[in-house]
Design a binder for this molecule. Structure first.
Ligand code: FE2
Ligand code: FE2
Length: 304
């Protein structure tokens, strides 16, 4: 899944990492020297301030079917840059072995973080040494693979794939918000404001949605030229994009300050978004599928 909206040019790599990344890619993910025998992946994140992509080699730890990276910075007192990047843009790309895929980066909090960190240290004790060197709580970031990519042969298949992702991600965020509110109402331990996990999933959804609709807006004029009967449907879809875009902006604004965000209002915004988006996705599928099903994906090169 390549859904990152900020992809504009070659990712930046700091000089010290260039040979590591080259070796990684040349050897199917294996790197010697100081990394010999360690589990390494490449994380490509979007700069929190620059908006540019950065690729960083990182150790990873697998616990069951979960994949973790640890923002240890070798025990330094500051979080590494990539950690700030994933907080701002949770949709990141991972290269692992010879595979490359999109994930949602979700830093764990509270007991969940402590439990995962203990499991990580049991497998790679060096992370415990790093934690001993600093007063900051070293973040543990789960890399969640959103879904297995299915067979995509046409643009209609691609649309289903992305719509499925958007529907599932929004459902996930709504379920998390419900659980969070229920915990608060029952006097549970949920902190004021919103949880980091909820925020990351919501931001990932918003980023994917914006990227998807930007892509569709670029595609619509071509569709209209190839089938002028779609004109009316496309006008309605564009208007729906504007409505959904406004709601997305309101949701993201609520996530700006987690401690001040009102969970009840957040839930109400999610409900509105769900309603508008479901209507939009259903209508789009009904109106565009017959045309999109005839267009191969990925696009084939024109015949010479
Ligand atoms: Fe759309
Ligand atoms: Fe769509």
């Amino acid at each position: 899944m390549s859904q990152n909206p900020q992809v504009r040019s070659e990712p930046r790599v700091s000089d010290v990492n260039v040979p590591v990344i080259e070796e990684f890619r040349a050897n199917g993910g294996r790197v010697g020297g100081m990394f010999e025998g360690g589990d390494l992946l490449l994380l490509t994140s979007v700069g929190a301030r620059s908006g540019r992509e950065h690729t960083t080699p990182l150790g990873f730890v697998r616990v069951g079917d979960r994949l973790y990276v640890v923002a240890s910075a070798a025990g330094a007192d500051r979080h590494p840059d990539w950690y700030h990047n994933v907080l701002a843009h949770p949709m990141v790309r991972v290269e692992l072995g010879t595979e490359e895929f999109g994930v949602v980066a979700v830093p764990l909090e509270g007991e969940e973080r402590d439990r995962a960190f203990a499991e990580i240290v049991a497998r790679v004790p060096g992370y415990g040494d790093y934690q001993a060197r600093t007063d900051r709580v070293i973040p543990v970031v789960a890399l969640e693979r959103p879904f297995a990519e299915g067979e995509v042969a046409t643009l209609a298949d691609k649309l289903v794939e992305v719509h499925t992702w958007l529907r599932s991600q929004l459902a996930h965020v709504r379920a998390e918000a419900e659980a969070y509110l229920a915990d608060r109402e029952n006097g549970g331990s949920a902190p004021l404001g919103l949880s980091l996990q909820l925020r990351q999933h919501c931001l990932a959804f918003c980023e994917s949605l914006r990227f998807h609709h930007d892509g569709e807006e670029t595609m619509f004029p071509h569709l209209e030229r190839s089938d002028p009967r779609l004109k009316e449907a496309l006008e309605r879809l564009r208007a729906e994009h504007r409505t959904v875009e406004r709601l997305r902006g309101e949701l993201e604004a609520l996530l700006g300050d987690l401690s001040a965000a009102d969970p009840v209002r957040f839930r109400a915004e999610l409900d509105r978004m769900s309603e508008e988006l479901e209507t939009h996705l259903d209508y789009e599928e009904t109106e565009l599928f017959p045309t999109l099903a005839a267009i191969p994906f990925p696009p084939t090169a024109p015949a010479r």
